[in-house]
Design a binder for this molecule. Structure first.
Ligand SMILES: Nc1ncnc2c1ncn2[C@@H]1O[C@H](COP(=O)(O)OP(=O)(O)O)[C@@H](O)[C@H]1O
Ligand SMILES: [Mg+2]
Length: 328
């Protein structure tokens, strides 16, 4: 589907609403109060669809101060995780460029979310590992303040080592799944030899013990996958430092399309793709290439200011104007 309309018409709003209802959060902000229309007490998004041939209905409400509530087919959900597991959606927005050009932390967060989608049985590993590092850091500071002795660190060190090794393995697997598809999509969009490079630093107990005094002095765990990075390259060129804005955009788009394919293959149905303002920056050849790269068995919602940016069937065109949507 292509949603068209002038700037400020509400296209991003529409896409954001669909993301909110299917993923439980906005791709733009974590401040849910911002999602409520000015001057009203709450927000509600309802989405109906079909998945694996079965109809579903999801409803999400926000009341500032009371939090969010989501219902799937009328039944209240306890966590947004449940929603995401049922209705996977991947989003591209212009500010996602941060995945390529931002800090290592932005890439870790992005690839850990991809890990959670691609390897659902290990989806909680990144959070569990971060919690273990946080607890070890707190324990390091207690030792530095002489509130406890370094023996007390041993259980936390063991836990960081165990979860850290598991996280490195899971990341390596997720990257290995994504990398070939990334290369294919990037090449089709005109970015040659797309590569994803990840070498995790496994925090073994021995290696952590060996740097114990330094960690105590600094109050932080200085070794482990919480410090890793993922290289996003075209050939030998690191796109973070040496990619043009256009190449960085193609890289992010290739990542989204690659994951869509991998998910479609692993789950027997493509995710919902939400592509905001992607067409304006692409020349005609790349726009046509993009259409060919969309997963055949999923649904895509794109926005554009120009109705002629893409050739679509009449039923696939949504006209957005002053916050209202009609089928064009
Ligand atoms: N909480 C809000 N309540 C009411 N209007 C809002 C709110 N947040 C943003 N807007 C307005 O919604 C309008 C549509 O924005 P947007 O969906 O980003 O437009 P588009 O993507 O079509 O250019 C903007 O004019 C913006 O100021
Ligand atoms: Mg917009």
């Amino acid at each position: 589907m292509l949603a068209v309309g002038p700037n400020g018409a509400g296209k991003t709003n529409l896409l954001e609403a669909v993301h909110l209802a299917t993923q439980g959060f906005s791709p733009r902000t974590r401040a849910d109060a911002e999602l409520v229309r000015f001057g009203t007490a709450g927000a509600r998004v309802a989405v109906q669809g079909t998945r694996h041939g079965t109809p579903f209905e999801v409803e999400l409400t926000i009341r500032p101060g009371e939090g969010k509530r989501a219902k799937l087919n009328g039944a209240a959900l306890r966590t947004a995780e449940q929603l995401r597991a049922e209705l996977p959606a991947l989003v591209f927005t212009p500010d996602r460029l941060v995945v390529v050009k931002g800090s290592p932390a932005a890439r870790r967060a992005y690839f850990d979310r991809a890990l959670a989608r691609l390897l659902p049985s290990r989806s909680s590993l990144p959070v569990e590992y971060a919690a273990a590092v946080g607890q070890r850091n707190a324990a390091l500071r207690r030792v530095a303040a002489r509130l406890s002795d370094s023996e007390a660190l041993a259980p936390w060190t063991a836990q960081v080592a165990e979860l850290g090794a598991a996280l490195v393995t899971a990341r390596e697997e997720a990257i290995a799944i994504l990398a070939p598809a990334f290369a294919v999509k990037a090449a089709a969009l005109g970015l040659p030899e797309g590569r994803l490079d990840y070498t995790g630093k496994v925090p073994t107990v021995e290696a952590l013990e060996a740097r114990l005094q330094r960690d105590i002095d600094r109050g932080i765990t200085g070794l482990g996958p919480h410090l890793d990075d993922v290289g996003i390259r075209s050939g030998d060129r690191d796109l973070r430092s040496y990619g043009s804005q256009g190449e960085q955009r193609l890289a992010v788009l290739s990542l989204v399309l690659a994951e869509a394919d991998c998910l479609a293959e692993r789950r027997g149905g493509g995710p919902l793709l939400l592509l905001d303002d992607v067409l304006s920056e692409l020349d005609r050849t790349r726009r046509e290439a993009l259409v060919q790269l969309l997963p055949a068995n999923g649904q895509t919602l794109m926005t554009s200011t120009a109705a002629d940016a893409l050739a679509v069937e009449p039923g696939q065109l949504l006209v957005v104007s002053h916050g209202r949507v009609r089928v064009g």
